[in-house]
Design a binder for this molecule. Structure first.
Ligand SMILES: NC(=O)c1ccc[n+]([C@@H]2O[C@H](COP(=O)([O-])OP(=O)(O)OC[C@H]3O[C@@H](n4cnc5c(N)ncnc54)[C@H](OP(=O)(O)O)[C@@H]3O)[C@@H](O)[C@H]2O)c1
Length: 307
């Protein structure tokens, strides 16, 4: 997942015109060719190494009470599969569990807040003691809204959940998988991790940091035969996007993700055109990208609509 960041600054003692020209030359003739080369090399390598992995038997899903997490649990539900369903709302988890049990899965409800890091660690370890986890889907998250009047108040909530909460979920299970030398961890980030409109500041900076965390974890975990996957959804119809019926359904999205996880694709992103759009925005010069993003939203009458 190379990122061609046109963000290079040259020594400030140069004449401004020389600064601009040298920045352009460095980006065009060094950064761009190297990034493109590595991009093709990495993708070719992934295709060559591609193989099917066995279906996981024990799956732990956070944020399983609604949206993508619930759809993911239902997609994996079948006889012989054990599901750990984690979120704060026990009643909604119960409803998801009932649907999964009809499909033959054995379900365990784990009512927990991923911001309560110490309790979460104990809870996850207890679950893993009884049911060693094959696949962790670290998915719980919130949007924090896009209202510029409240954005200075929401940073802690969004970071505690979307960044620290996901890391606190992943680490205890990763340690266990590392000892067992097997397992798969899928971390649900967002295309906003590439780039997001300015009012989604906490959401996008938390997701962007989660991307970096996942990239590093992938590298470290590969030594212990633990597979790590980064999920970057575009707009999916869930509570987070006000259940917008024009967006891809969570059930369809979960099917795509399952297939790609079986192939162990590192970076899973869908719908493709949205992913490409945010990726291109991320490569624009940093000072103009937010204005371009907002102008495009204005022209297309498509606001970046998060609850
Ligand atoms: N929908 C999209 O377009 C979209 C796009 C990109 C990325 N994503 C990501 O996908 C993930 C799932 O979101 P969604 O779209 O499925 O929205 P959703 O329907 O609102 O689901 C969010 C889930 O996270 C759980 N959750 C929130 N805070 C939690 C906490 N502190 N502790 C435990 N569980 C918590 C919620 O359950 P409780 O309320 O029961 O705790 C719920 O199950 C999020 O990480 C989101 O950022 C979504």
């Amino acid at each position: 997942m190379p990122n061609m960041q046109f963000y290079f600054t040259v020594p400030p003692n140069l004449h401004p015109i020389v600064q601009v020209l040298s920045s352009m030359i460095i980006n065009l003739f060094i950064v761009l060719p190297v990034s493109i080369g590595l991009f093709f090399w990495d993708n070719a390598k992934q295709l060559i190494e591609k193989r099917k992995y066995p279906e996981p038997k024990v799956i732990l899903v956070t944020g399983a009470s609604s949206g993508i997490g619930a759809a993911f649990a239902k997609e994996y539900a079948r006889s012989g599969v054990t599901l750990g369903l984690l979120s704060r709302n026990r009643e909604r988890l119960q409803e998801v569990a009932e649907e999964c049990e009809i499909k033959g899965a054995k379900c365990y409800i784990i009512a927990a807040d991923i911001r309560d890091y110490d309790t979460l660690k104990e809870t996850l370890e207890d679950f893993d003691n009884q049911h060693p986890v094959d696949l962790l889907f670290s998915n719980a998250g919130i949007s924090g809204g896009e209202d510029d009047k409240v954005w200075t108040e929401t940073w802690k909530k969004v970071f505690d959940t979307n960044l620290n909460g996901n890391i606190a979920t992943v680490l205890p299970i990763y340690e266990r998988m590392k000892r067992r030398k097997s397992g798969q961890i899928c971390i649900n980030s967002s295309v906003f991790g590439y780039f997001g409109p300015p009012y989604s500041i906490w959401y996008r900076t938390a997701k962007s940091a989660l991307n970096d965390f996942t990239v590093d974890l992938y590298y470290v975990a590969s030594k212990y035969n633990v597979r790590v996957n980064l999920l970057l959804p575009g707009y999916i119809s869930t509570n987070l996007t006000r259940n917008n019926p024009n967006m891809v359904s969570a059930a369809y999205f979960a099917k795509i993700v399952k297939k790609q996880l079986e192939d162990n694709i590192f970076c899973i992103t869908y719908p493709f055109y949205q992913s490409l759009f945010f990726y291109i925005l991320s490569t624009l010069p940093k000072r103009v990208a937010p204005s371009v993003a907002l102008a495009l939203a204005e022209i297309t009458k498509r606001p970046y609509d998060l609850k």
